[in-house]
Structures are given as C-alpha cells and as structure tokens.
Design a protein around this ligand. Structure first.
Ligand SMILES: Cc1ncc(COP(=O)(O)O)c(C=O)c1O
Length: 379
C-alpha cells in the first residue's frame, strides 16, 4: 500500500501545547522566565557558559558577526555548500563573502581549500556543521590561527566533535529551531559562547542595544528606570511562548537524536549494497546530530538522473530533497561575485547529486522499510 512519508515532521503535541499555557495566562509573552529556562538547559547540555535565545539561526549568525566587529572592508569565509543565510549575514554587515569549497564526502569545509582562501582581511570563518555532522574543527582551527570561528550549528543541536559539544568549538555558536531541525520552537535560534564580553554585547544587540533586558525593564526592582542604548541593536528577541516550547523540546533532544542515529545506521546497512548511492559519512568519534540523512547519487552509475530518482520516489509517497544549495550557483552570489559552477567543484557535486531521504521522529519501522525497498527497487 502506498505510504505518505514527508521529508521531516516535528514532534510537538500535548506537552508543548500545555507549556504555552503559563505565558498565555500570566500575560508575559515576550522574552522572560521561559526563555531564560530554555537558555539554561541549552547551555548546560552544550557545556557552554552562555546561551542567548534569538529569533532564528540567521539572526544568531548576524549578531555573531556584529559582535565580532565585522564590517565593510572585511572578508568572512563561508562554505560554498550551505543554506544561503550563512552567506547572507556577511552581506548584512557590508563585508565580503569569501566562499570555500566543501568535501562532497562530508558536505563540510575542505580544510585544504580553506588555507587558500584566507587573506589579511579575513575577519571571521563560519564552519558549518552541515546536516548535524561537525566540521573538522581541529584542522580548521590549525589553519585559522587567531581568526575567530563562528560555528553555524543550525543543524547541529546536540551534536559533538570528539568529546566537545557543538556550540563550544569556536568563539561563538549559532543554532536553529526551525521545524525541520531536530528540536523546534516554530522559528527560533540560539547563540552560544564562553566569552563573557561577547555574551554581554550579544545580549544587548538582540534587544535594540538596550542595557537591560525586558524583564529587568518591566519587572526589575526599579522598573521606572529607562535603559541606556549604547549601540545600534535589533529586535531579535525570542518570545516566552517559544521559550516554553523550547524547554519541553530540549528535554527530548537526546532521545530524538538517539532514535535518528539508530535509523541512520539501519539505512547505512540496508543501502550499502546500492552501488550508485553513497550513504552519509559518519565519523564514529563525533556525535552526529542527524538533522537530515543526506545521500549522494553517483550519476555515472545511477539508473537515472538524481531529479528523476526524486520524482520516482515522490510518486510512491516518499519526499526527498536536495541536501541544500551551492551558494555560488544562486543568482545573487553568481552575479555579484561573477562565479561559475566549476569554481567550487565539491559544492557543485553536492548541489547536483545530494539527496536527503526521510529521517525523523514521526516515522515508523514500516516507513523506513518502505523507503529502503523503494530505493532498492529503482535498480
Ligand atoms: C546550515 C544552516 N544555516 C543557517 C540556517 C538558517 O536557520 P534559520 O531558518 O533558523 O534562520 C539553516 C536553516 O536551514 C541552515 O541549514
């Protein structure tokens, strides 16, 4: 019988719904006690000193660059295969995007190419832990020297590089709680850092540059005090409705990842016999966050083109997606920086041949078997 298996589906329900009751009943809806609780849980789990909730990973990345002082005349190195906003935030700051190629085996930064992209104007590097697999941070750090690293861990909540959780591997870490991530608050993001000064600045930047938080301003011992605005800030505050959902989701993070890890291993084993499909690289020393399970179609051996494979699977009710996109092949970047697809061959392969298949916490054992059988039947 035909099934309908979406590429992703968040696990939210009664518990998350009940959690929103308190903010709704008290009327404290903007950033407040629920967001603080979520931040504390997140910081604890990721072994970092500070976690600051914001509206998305994109705004987290933007604040990270602003806090590091990135501006016109600076260059920021970004992988050529990532979600577009990893690069967009550099443009928001008026700095230059310098793309670095990825290794299509891991979909993460190719350290050898990184070495070639660094110049005296490089102000930051954004390693992405794509699909939940941490980038090779030791190699990147060795090349970067003093240049600050901003982890784009949008897909990597709960992941780790050797024994160190994502979020504490660079100067600043950034996370997403979009519904396609392993835990969600609808939309939402988190900034992490072990640096007190950066945390203080980011705390102000997310709140219009105000010297006090919303809670301090309205509930503090002297609520009549007007804050000082020392810097040009933004309104990137997470609401307490989202914070309340985040608290519930955070407690389930490792259960979700463990379950995904079991099914990823099942896929790895079952799909190993298919000569035209490369299963995701998984270094056992890392904890994979498994935001997505992304394969690579070997076009030379495959029975048909990647897009046709995706259409055939969709016809059987199985949703797939390209992993993500090559930034240098998107019109804005292609035109602005005069780039050709072959400028970043690893990213080009990843763009043209990657295929995410369903892996999430709303799938049954029968769903996984159905996906495997459908892929095997393609030839
Ligand atoms: C690698 C990466 N960076 C950044 C983002 C942006 O996250 P958000 O949607 O929370 O802004 C995403 C989202 O898919 C992502 O995958």
């Amino acid at each position: 019988m035909k099934r309908n298996i979406p590429i992703s589906l968040p696990v939210t329900g009664e518990e998350e719904w009940q959690a929103t009751r308190e903010p709704l009943m008290t009327g404290w809806l903007t950033s407040g006690p629920k967001v603080r609780e979520f931040e504390q849980l997140f910081a604890q789990r990721h072994q970092v000193k500070h976690a600051l909730a914001v509206t998305s990973a994109t705004t987290a990345l933007h604040l990270a660059l602003v806090a590091l002082g990135v501006g016109p005349g600076d260059e920021v190195v970004v992988p050529a295969f990532t979600w577009v906003s990893t690069a967009n935030v550099v443009e928001y700051c008026g700095a230059k995007v310098v793309l670095v190629d990825v290794n299509p085996e891991t979909f993460n930064i190719d350290p050898a190419d990184l070495r070639r992209r660094i110049t005296p104007r490089t102000r930051a590097i954004i390693p992405v832990h794509l699909f939940g697999l941490c980038a090779d941070m030791d190699a990147i750090r060795a090349i970067a020297g003093d240049i600050p690293l901003v982890e784009d861990g949008a897909c990597a909540a709960g992941a780790a590089y050797r024994d160190v959780p994502a979020g504490g591997l660079g100067a600043i870490g950034c996370f997403s709680f979009h519904p396609r991530k392993s835990i969600t608050t609808g939309e939402g993001g988190m900034v992490t850092t072990n640096d007190d000064r950066l945390a203080e600045v980011i705390g102000m930047l997310r709140n219009h540059g105000a010297s006090v938080s919303e809670e301090q301003r309205h509930l503090g011992p002297r609520p009549y005090i007007l804050p000082e605005f020392n810097m040009l800030g933004y309104n990137y505050r997470m609401t307490d409705l989202q914070g309340a959902v985040g608290v519930v989701q955070m407690k389930k993070l490792d259960t979700f990842i463990d379950e995904r890890d079991r099914w990823a291993k099942y896929y790895n084993q079952e799909l190993a016999e298919i000569s035209w499909l490369r299963t995701p690289s998984h270094t056992p020393a890392y904890r994979h966050g498994w935001q997505s399970y992304v394969t690579l179609v070997d076009q030379a051996k495959a029975p048909m083109a990647r897009n046709e494979i995706m259409e055939q699977l969709q016809a059987q009710g199985i949703s797939t997606r390209p992993g993500t996109h090559a930034v240098h092949m998107l019109a804005y970047y292609r035109n602005k920086y005069k780039l050709k697809p072959s400028d970043y061959p690893g990213a080009q392969i990843a763009n043209d041949c990657s295929m995410a298949i369903p892996l999430h916490n709303r799938m049954s054992a029968e769903d996984y078997q159905y996906v495997v059988n459908a892929i095997k039947a393609l030839g």
